[in-house]
Write a protein that binds this ligand. Structure first.
Ligand code: KG4
Ligand code: ZN
Length: 355
């Protein structure tokens, strides 16, 4: 019998629920994927406000779960397990999801599992493209910037992380600095279309050093310094700054992936995930890189690259199949590295929350 799994995700600013299963051939199947973004609630603050996020999750949760069940043409009596994000993320939001999962689990006698949000991102390509282990994952979003080697379920090695800002954060801060609004990535990309990417040379910190780690805070400072010299900024200046910034980020990511590939014998698949994967310049660079190294590039559809509950449901399904379940005393974790052996790098990612 195929398991139907309900997923719940509330770690940042999306309230999400989803149902996944396997079809009769054992192939992954997405039955519903409901995501409610809180962008409007947070946009006037230029970033995610934890208290506002937690309240918004609470008011939306019941409705989003009902909608996910209805769209999957199912109901709680047919759900075999619940997967819920237990970390890393903003604790207020995580608590809302976790309490919902525990309540449903206790009242309907359905087992539940606390899932690592990063594991959700790491396994998404198995849901969308049925990708076999092992593979490399480049996870680039507003909260994470990592290269992870995925050898199997629960077998992850973090090869690289940012030592300060996340990539998406660098886009968001650049946009804010140049008055382009939040979230910044899409606006920077749009402005960059008419820009000259060769006009400014921005630094690529840690390049050439004996580390795969990345650093983006210097980039933000360099852009600010350059922008101050140009004040008052003309539209073309903004476009050129955005194009040069985007090219620098694409180069940093491509360089780090290339080095990760060089030390990953036996792997020939690179999976890219996270909101920044929407950037076409970055995708282009990665495609070229993969062609050069006979790698296959897998970029799941955008709605499954950004935060969603389908990835949480899928990770839970893989774990339920191994007979796992969580106890009622499970607590949310603001920090929860994917690879238990890796050192925490202070300052890696947004507010250090998603390491
Ligand atoms: O994965 P995501 O939706 O949420 C998390 O942060 O977990 O990623 C959002 C991030 C934001 O920082 C946003 O500016 C960035 O992804 N982003 C982009 C683009 N679209 C979204 N960055 C660069 N280019 C884009 N087209
Ligand atoms: Zn995420």
């Amino acid at each position: 019998m195929q398991m139907q799994i309900l997923g719940i995700e509330t770690s940042c600013d999306e309230t999400a629920a989803s149902v996944v299963t396997r079809d009769s051939d054992g192939k992954p199947e997405l039955l519903s994927n409901v995501v409610l973004s809180q962008i409007d609630e947070h946009s006037e603050f230029g970033g995610v406000v934890p208290e506002i996020a937690a309240r918004a999750h609470l008011s939306a949760m019941d409705h989003i779960v009902s909608q996910a069940l209805a769209e999957a043409d199912t109901d709680l009596s047919k759900i075999d397990g619940i997967g819920v994000t237990a970390g890393p993320g903003l604790v207020g939001g995580l608590m809302v999801g976790l309490m919902t999962a525990k309540a449903l689990s206790a009242s309907r006698d359905i087992p539940y599992l606390g899932i690592n949000h990063l594991e959700g991102h790491a396994l998404t390509a198995r849901l969308t493209d049925n990708v076999e282990y092992p593979y490399l994952l480049l996870l680039v979003s507003g909260g994470h910037s990592q290269i992870v080697r995925v050898d199997g379920l629960g077998d992850y090695t973090r090869l690289a992380t940012t030592i300060d800002d996340a990539v998406g954060e660098a886009f968001d801060k650049t946009a804010k600095l140049l008055g382009l609004g939040f979230p910044g990535g899409p606006n920077v990309e749009k402005a960059a279309q008419h820009g000259d990417a060769e006009r400014f040379k921005f630094p690529m910190p840690l390049r050439g050093q004996d580390t795969l780690n990345m650093s983006f805070s210097g980039l933000k400072t360099a852009i600010r310094t350059q922008a101050q010299k140009l004040v008052p900024l003309k539209e073309q200046d903004v476009a050129d700054l955005c194009a040069s910034m985007q090219k620098t980020v694409a180069e940093i990511l491509s360089n780090r992936c290339e080095r990760a590939m060089a030390q990953s014998e036996g792997i020939n698949t690179l999976v890219v995930a996270g909101g920044v994967a929407a950037n076409s310049e970055i995708r282009q660079r990665l495609e070229t890189l993969c062609e050069q190294h006979s790698y296959r590039l897998i970029a799941p559809p955008l709605k499954l690259c950004t935060d969603n509950a389908a990835m949480i449901a899928w990770a839970a399904l893989e774990r339920f199949e191994q007979g796992e379940k969580s106890n009622m005393d499970l607590a949310p974790r603001s920090r929860w590295p994917l690879d238990g052996d890796t050192q925490t790098v202070i300052g890696s990612g947004r507010k250090g929350a998603k390491v």
